[in-house]
Design a binder for this molecule. Structure first.
Ligand SMILES: Nc1ncnc2c1ncn2[C@@H]1O[C@H](COP(=O)(O)OP(=O)(O)OP(=O)(O)O)[C@@H](O)[C@H]1O
Ligand SMILES: O=P(O)(O)OC[C@H]1O[C@H](OP(=O)(O)OP(=O)(O)O)[C@H](O)[C@@H]1O
Length: 405
């Protein structure tokens, strides 16, 4: 599919140039017509290397100015394993993405009236953040690192959105000459690899792969690339090893491959990313990112916690507090809330016991209940927490320092 984006452009400023090949030996057929003026003709094709990617590869900043428009643009994965989770996460933050139909690539979030959602492939979200066509995006850290190539215009606003967990890792066969090889060091030292016969690594990560091997001093290595099913490459005799994403590890196991010590290039999960230029120059972008960040943090923080309410007999709130705080899992977020429970006895209002309210991490729930019981807690009620809004989000302060605003 190709999109013709027509803006007026002086013909003298047009340039038509074939893109240089990256790692792939086949010459790219991508052409871009670009201008350094704001009014220009841009031809966007689905070919492998776009003008944006070329500018990333050259390390040069994308547009010199922020393109004028009124809406803040948030890029979300259009399909694949991240798409539904990204929408669900926003929904959990009370940000409802309204898409008229699934084939429409633009949507609205009524709660953020100045923001448009654009559905894009993850790698295109990164490219469009760099070109200035998107301001914010949700992508995996792996995609960000591969296509962002450490470009300083990309800022990670929230690095742990709690979905899309995986890691990028080298894997080798668990048979033949690799049977006793269990680390990157051992792999590098195998006598089989030399200038004439280097280690052949198949990967879709054509930026991160060579960078990682270089950083680890592995010289005798060549790279090949494919769009999927890389795990088949060693058995087919096309590669000696692969570098690919792993989550459950099932695909590796089913293809008689194993990971090796020191072979993890990066850990990844979904992240909220922004264009530095958009945050500093686009009106309203910083406010929007603040709101999204606050909602995300409040939801994600609450997601790992339960509210626990229990009753406890005692002579005073202070005495109950001492008992509760003697237990390591019962201090809550800031400390327990302890309130008197009023009862009527013989016509008189009195306080025999206290209600304790604390937040406990979900994974420590049962141990916390045991500790509560151990100090006299009874009638324990547990309910999920929806949001925890702190006074300020540490990531917001970090972002402002990063932007130096
Ligand atoms: N087991 C996994 N394998 C691949 N990606 C995973 C896995 N687990 C989580 N992810 C995340 O999902 C992203 C891949 O999503 P998806 O498969 O939709 O896109 P893609 O393959 O990058 O897209 P495209 O089809 O446009 O090339 C990865 O970049 C990573 O962040
Ligand atoms: O560790 P696992 O849970 O088994 O997941 C890892 C596999 O998932 C991804 O492939 P995907 O399903 O996207 O298909 P692809 O190979 O066609 O990209 C990735 O490229 C691995 O092949």
């Amino acid at each position: 599919m190709s999109i013709l984006n027509l803006r007026q452009c002086p013909s003298s400023s047009l340039s038509l140039s074939p893109s240089p090949p990256l790692l792939s030996p086949s010459p790219s057929t991508a052409f871009s017509v670009i201008s350094n003026r704001r009014r220009c003709l841009r031809l966007v094709t689905s070919s492998s290397v776009s003008s944006v990617q070329r500018s990333v590869a050259n390390g040069s900043p994308a547009p010199a100015v922020v393109v004028e428009r009124n809406q803040i643009r948030l890029g979300l994965p259009s399909k694949g394993r991240m798409a539904a989770d990204a929408i669900d996460l926003l929904k959990d933050c009370q940000l409802f993405v309204k898409q008229v139909n699934p084939r429409q690539y633009v949507a609205q979030i009524p709660q953020l009236p100045n923001t448009e959602v654009w559905f894009q492939r993850p790698k295109d979200i990164v490219r469009k953040l760099l070109s200035g066509d998107l301001d914010l995006g949700i992508v995996g850290l792996d995609t960000l690192s591969e296509y962002g190539q450490e470009n300083e215009d990309l800022i990670i606003v929230h690095e742990a959105l709690n979905f899309g967990d995986c890691h990028l890792s080298i894997a080798i066969p668990n048979y033949g000459i690799f049977e006793n090889i269990n680390s990157l060091k051992e792999l590098a030292q195998m006598p089989q690899w030399n200038e004439e016969r280097p280690l052949r690594l198949a990967t879709g990560f054509t930026y991160l792969g060579p960078k990682f091997m270089k950083e680890n001093g592995i010289k005798h290595v060549t790279f090949s690339t494919a769009d999927g099913a890389l795990e088949a490459a060693p058995a087919m005799g096309i590669a000696d090893a692969i570098l690919d994403l792993v989550s459950s590890g099932t695909t590796l196991k089913e293809n008689n491959l194993k990971e090796i010590e020191g072979g993890v290039v990066l850990e990844s999960q979904a992240a909220l990313v922004a264009s530095r230029r958009a945050l500093t120059e686009r009106k309203g972008a910083l406010n929007t990112v603040h709101e999204i960040l606050e909602r995300l943090e409040a939801h994600l923080k609450a997601d790992g916690q339960f509210t626990v309410v229990a009753n406890m007999r005692g002579n005073s709130a202070d005495e109950v507090a001492e008992r509760v705080l003697s237990q390591p899992l019962l201090s809550g977020l800031q400390g327990p809330t302890i309130s008197p429970v009023y009862v009527t006895k013989d016509g008189k209002v009195s306080v025999d016991y206290y209600a304790i309210v604390i937040c406990v991490p979900k994974k420590a729930l049962y141990d916390s209940v045991k500790q509560l019981r151990a100090v006299g807690g009874s009638g324990v009620l547990v309910s999920p927490l929806t949001y925890i809004f702190d006074e300020d989000t540490p990531r917001w302060g970090q972002l402002l320092r990063n932007l130096r605003v």
